[in-house]
Design a protein around this ligand. Sequence first.
Ligand SMILES: [Zn+2]
Length: 73
Amino acid sequence: MHHIIRESDLKHACPYCGRSTQTRKWESSFDSNKHYKVLECMCGRKVSIRMPFSGSGHDDWGLDKKVEEAVKS
Ligand SMILES: [Zn+2]
């Protein structure tokens, strides 16, 4: 299941229950070469934000940016 939510919103509130996420601890997660920040909310849902960089920081092929824009639109 994928919810499309603005990243800026996720940084402040859980999209499922609306609780503040700012007091929770974000953890790094890697899915293939993509870097996510994952937070498990008090409601039991996992909120993830995809980071605009990979673990290496050398992920500058332009592909990620296109995906990112497609997700946001
Ligand atoms: Zn929640």
